[in-house]
Design a protein around this ligand. Sequence first.
Ligand code: Q9C
Ligand code: ZN
Length: 344
Amino acid sequence: MLVYHNPLHQGHAPAHEFFRGERVPCFESPARADHVEASLRAWGCSLLAPDVDSTPVLRQVHSERYLKFLEGAWQQWLALAPGNASVQPFPSVWPVRTLRSDFESDNFIARLGLYSMDNGTPLASGTWAAVKAGADAAASAAARVAGGARAVFCCTRPPGHHAGPDFMGGYCFINNAAVATQALRNQGASRVAVLDVDYHHGNGTQSIFYHRGDVFFASIHGDPRTEYPFFLGHADETGEGEGSGCNLNLPLPAGTTAAVWFEALERACTRIAGFGADALVVSLGLDTYEGDPISRFALASADFCPMGARLAQLNLPTVLVLEGGYAAAELGINAVHVLDGFEQ
Ligand code: Q9C
Ligand code: ZN
């Protein structure tokens, strides 16, 4: 399979996040992509560097003010205090109900809150360069599929599906799946389906396309009544306006095993087939794996082969984009299982 990677991902290497009240090493680590790259090479792939500038597509899926903030954020943080190069910024205040989000504060930490949905998405010195290269990789993969490739895998981190039109969250900054989707639309696909199989609901992707009738979004995920991101991903969210009926959420309880998960996949595939898409984007989170340290589904490593095979049966030109998956040592083999199943 054709694979694009992100040659700058290692520049996004924050040290810590908060977990149950403690500061712990980041689950979303450079080692994740390193393991996937190693497994892809062992499987026989050569990894392509991005060859498309995603800038115009970025402006179609994210707001101008958010992109501008993200690009300059680390420099603004450094300018605040000597020594900040070795300290991570975290938001501490958010413009929730009744507070204003229509203007930018002069205070950097306030702006960080304006553009974040949580305090679990740490910035580092190389974040912008890494997320821009990741978006370029997603746009490159989409260009190959628009040019006739059967399927292309975009091996990148940090992930993207929690990033909304104008906010970061859940380790995500730029929504790579949305970039691939919009790029496919720009290059001739009339309708695109997005299937998000990450353990967590892809709230960012859903929000970016919620009012659009040209993009169908389906997601299978841990029930947000108990799982992150909590505030979106419920079954009654079906799309609005032109997008009415173009959103499908299939929340499943923590502890869900393969048999039940694959029933949900069947429901999602049936709806996608009925939508009549010209292309498919898969948000390929692998945190449904039983060994994942922060998620609670129970898919075995071997289950990722039939997952890939079922995705291929949709018989659509396909971009697969890496999302979550935090059992880093097993991430590579699990990703290859999906791609191998896809190609059988
Ligand atoms: N602070 C993806 O899988 N927070 N994101 C976990 C630790 C949210 C996961 C708790 C997990 C987000 C792309
Ligand atoms: Zn996830």
